[in-house]
Design a protein around this ligand. Structure first.
Ligand code: SF4
Ligand code: SF4
Length: 536
């Protein structure tokens, strides 16, 4: 792992950007980037994705460790750009490519287009620097999605896509976790002998497994949460560029292509919406949406796929947006700041401007921009975002929302719990825990760690009596409470050696099952397993 904040970065810009439409002020861009994001080297290279070897030569001469391309059109071939990056000794999955042509051609005045280009390039530099590298197992060679002029004559050119790998030392599959397996829409992940494995041929790089894993055991180069955090915090940093206010526009790969298609037809969405492309919008969690608002975004939009999501995420995406809107409505009424946008909305920019109230009209009492950090995937960092939003006049708002897309759950136990601890063993996030102290045994629960995965429910031996119950609920008070005791009992000790045996309730239950007067019941309720061998 490297802290990439000081990695020398080469930014190559297409000189056409200067003359397309109103154009971008490339000289100002270069000077600003060098001052704002050092160490960065900015160069204009004509035909940089067309002339073989041009890009590799520029990288070699610069000695840069990261590369950002600002192109004038989106019609480049990823395979060709990746080949050039590899020639220069760079990891093709760490490349950042932005199509700035639409802003140069369609945003008026030139100074505004240049401002937007500055922020997007700075965020791309930050994202490139946060890239942690890939291994051979993370790379899948595929036929190119788009053929450029050169790849038309060289069909051996392949495009490299990221695929996930699992860090075995972090994975909780041995405790029954299969979250990644459950969300994979192509059945590419499977668990064998408590180890998760990937069938590369089935993986379509949607990234859904990455954000489903509470242990952060999934590596998916190019879309690591640290990269997204670097990109979004830079996009929303008021010290980076002067464009204000700003809104975040999450798109998927297909959505981004559709937006490029709109731009070719002369339609562009409002300049203050800053695009963030994900492999699939199903990766975008409520915590990420709300963190953008906490970091100062005026609004957050998710551009729905043209047609249906190829990974079947339509309902989940819509549900998460609805959840965020309802939570914001209950918090401070600012629900309009989050929306699911259709391409038709983006064809008519006025409609999305209307959906996103300006910072002046929005009630700000719950929002303190720039004191929240962008969360990772684990439930606790997500909970911190919610708690940040929930701070009103120094206290946590009393808001509780039961919703099928709530990212948090609340577990309760009813009469009949024996503190056997099976649920705590199955809980991969540590939300449930069995604690022994001062002669007591307690089943405890921390709502800020519970992601409502329901993995604990079937492990409860009392499942038929529904002793363990889970609600999909985001309760801000509960999130702030820390660990609470769900059930507590006397921790019975072995009569012979004093080792803990089980809770008094568990031993009463066993005695009843075995017959209260039987010698086996007496043996089991008085001695630990080792001492039973001696006395039995
Ligand atoms: S979701 Fe994460 S912890 Fe669970 S099985 Fe998959 S990789 Fe392992
Ligand atoms: S307590 Fe929450 S996180 Fe833990 S297994 Fe149960 S539902 Fe999942």
């Amino acid at each position: 792992m490297t802290d990439g904040t000081n990695l020398k970065t080469l930014v190559l810009l297409c000189p056409d950007l200067e003359t397309l439409g109103q154009g971008l002020d490339l000289q100002e861009l270069e000077q600003w980037l060098q001052e704002t994001m050092p160490p960065v080297l900015v160069q204009g290279v004509p035909d940089l994705v067309l002339r073989s070897g041009e890009l590799a030569r520029a990288v070699a001469a610069s000695g840069a460790a990261r590369l950002v391309l600002g192109l004038s059109c989106g019609q480049y071939s990823t395979a060709e750009v990746q080949v050039e990056a590899r020639k220069a000794g760079l990891d093709p999955l760490g490349l950042e490519v932005i199509n700035l042509g639409a802003y140069a051609a369609l945003v008026d005045p030139r100074s505004l287009a240049t401002e937007k280009a500055k922020i997007l390039l700075a965020a791309a530099v930050a994202r490139a620097r946060a890239y942690q590298g890939s291994q051979a197992q993370n790379v899948k060679p595929c036929l190119p999605t788009r053929l450029g002029r050169r790849s038309l004559f060289n069909l051996s050119l392949l495009e490299y896509r990221p695929v996930p790998s699992i860090r075995v030392e972090c994975c909780a599959a041995a405790y029954g976790c299969e979250q990644c397996v459950r969300v994979c829409p192509r059945g590419a992940l499977g668990g064998i002998n408590s180890r998760i494995s990937l069938k590369k041929s089935l993986c379509e790089s949607c990234g859904l497994c990455l954000t489903a894993c509470p242990q952060e055991a999934v590596e998916f180069p190019g879309y690591a949460p640290t990269q997204l955090a670097a990109q979004i915090t830079t996009l929303l940093d008021p010290d980076v560029g002067t464009l204000q206010p700003r809104a975040i526009l999450f798109t998927c790969r297909r959505g981004a292509r559709a937006l490029e298609g709109l731009a070719r037809r002369g339609k562009i969405y409002p300049v203050d919406w800053l695009p963030v492309q994900m492999p699939c919008l199903g990766m975008v969690s409520p915590a990420w949406i709300l963190a953008c608002l906490s970091l100062g975004a005026r609004a957050v939009g998710l551009v729905s796929c043209p047609g249906h999501c190829p990974f079947g995420q339509d309902e989940i995406i819509e549900g998460r947006v609805t959840f965020c809107r309802e939570l914001l409505r209950r918090l401070d009424g600012s629900y309009q700041t989050v929306s699911l946008l259709r391409l038709a909305d983006l064809r008519e920019p006025k409609s999305i401007q209307a959906q996103a109230p300006s910072t002046r009209t929005r009630q700000h009492k719950a929002f303190v921009p720039r004191t929240c950090s962008f969360p990772s995937i684990d439930p606790q960092s997500a909970a911190e975002v919610f708690l940040h939003l929930a701070q009103v006049d120094g206290a946590t708002a009393e808001v509780s929302l039961t919703h099928p897309n709530s990212p948090f759950g609340v577990v309760e136990v009813t009469d009949g719990c024996t503190a056997c601890g099976m649920c705590a063993v199955a809980c991969s996030t540590g939300a449930l825990a069995l604690e022994r102290e001062d002669g007591n045994i307690a089943l405890t629960f921390d709502a800020s760690l519970c992601m409502a995965c329901a993995q604990c429910l079937p492990t409860c031996p009392e499942a038929s009596s529904q002793v363990l119950q889970l609600q999909r609920i985001t309760d801000l008070q509960r999130l702030s409470q820390g660990r609470v005791v769900l059930y507590q009992d006397q921790d019975r000790r072995c009569d012979a050696c004093g080792a803990p045996i089980a809770s008094a309730q568990m031993l009463r239950r066993m005695a009843t099952l075995l017959g209260d007067e039987s010698s086996i019941a007496s043996l089991i309720t008085r001695y630990c397993p080792e001492c039973r061998q001696l006395f039995g």
